[in-house]
Design a protein around this ligand. Sequence first.
Ligand code: ZN
Length: 568
Amino acid sequence: MHALRELLPLLVTGLMLMMTAPTFASPAATERAKKFIAGHDARIRPLDVASAQAWWNANISGNTDDFRKKEEAQNKIDEALANKEQFAELKAIKQLRDKGEIDDKVVARAIDVLYLMYLEKQVDPALLKKITAKANAVEQKFNVFRAKVDGKEMTDSEVRDVLKKSGESKRRQAVWDASKKVGAEVEKDLKELVALRNEMATKLGFKNFHSLMLYLNEQDGDELIKLFDELDKLTRDPFLKAKAEIDARLAKNVGKAPADLLPWDYHDPFFQESPAVFDANLDEPFQKADITQLCSTFYKGIGLPIDDVIARSSLKEQKGKSPHAFCTDIDREGDVRVLANIVANEYWMGTMLHELGHAVYSSKNIPKSVPYVLRSESHILTTEGVAMQFERFSKSRAWLEKMGVKVNEPAKFDAAAEKVRQNQLLIFSRWCQVMLRFEKAMYENPGQDLNKLWWDLVEKYQGLKRPAGRSAPDYASKIHICSAPVYYHNYMMGQLFASQVHATIAKEVYGGADPKSITYVNEMKVGEFMKKRVFEPGKTLDWRGLTKFATGTELSPGAFAADFGTKK
Ligand SMILES: [Zn+2]
């Protein structure tokens, strides 16, 4: 507990005091809140653990029985949070909290967090069950889907491989098209899911599911659009310049003019990643590398060891298993695991650094003195930020060499990797524009022509050309639209957070070094910084508070812009 108290700097304390006028503080209100929190822990904690365990099992096996168990566990949590008497009591406590009657900052924060958690579930339990069932049906279809070309099934990695290497536009088109077929398979379920989600939002008094979700995540729609408009301006020109250079090389690869390029001529199914077109083969250094071992050594060297996580994880491809990657904190007592499907290439090096970034920002490094309900990351965007902060090193030669990985053509790798790294940030930010604006528009008006909306945005923000006459539910082939709704903008904000924290480390740990020059390797002070300034507060600070606490300023595109060389 001391750890936490020591952490709160004057800045934050002052802010909190302003928010909770101390003159009204009442010990009775604080006691009432503490009692509610203890009751919540007793009711919900065992269900949380059971659900996390079931979710893990279902994603490993892909079998129907495990998915049913996962659904049952989720239903039990939803029922408990939907309880009307509990919510009435919580609402009363929340009103006392808003009047400043709770003098303990951590207790007050726990009430804020709980209030949003219960509010989300104050809808008809039958409706909630329908939503969970629909979401699970969609997720399961994604998990078992494999692209089929000429009667042969392909894994996600094989699809990526063709898009990365093939010089035949016909073959690329066939594979790209096959990978999009999952969209048609889930389209009907997804549309029903969107309607159900909107129904739920309306019943809670919100315009639609998108605005509900932002409210529940302590974000503001206007503020978000303002930030993304700012980013749009900041990235548009550098993006178009980078894309022209990429297009010239992609065009050569398939023997077309740049103006004739189509979406399958890019290196991943959504053009969310930077195509590897700059001579050096970024995968080459990883072909003989032991990715898991590299992660173990790296994280140990910065004082954030993860061998216990690796021991509990599932890291190899297997039939039925989810082809994606994620990290989960099963019990908020240190049982943290990663699901991945490692192949010896740069993509999986980055992905493993990413998932283990989530793993270090968990109950492994948030003290037990932080109450259970606050013992997790401050916000989605802060944990995605930390994950991406580490993920970026898979494209750094300096990092690779310090980690003992040989790079055969250093000068070539450098030029290529630096470009890819910058392009990646630019390309990703444009892709996030599509995701944010698509989801917003879809929930605002689900009856519109969504196929057209999707391609209109792709053309506007990503500068891709829609294939002539294409009218397919391509938006539905992106799993996040189905399974992680109104989430994607947090990846972008996470990138801003990553750049800002990284710049602060360069300043404070490396005495003002150029952020581009630091690799963290064997610098224990980096782990120390991350623990004290980012991990240990857990959810006791909201994302705005944590950003200030960690970096001294509000979240802004400044450090991010410096990362791709644009002056702000
Ligand atoms: Zn992540």
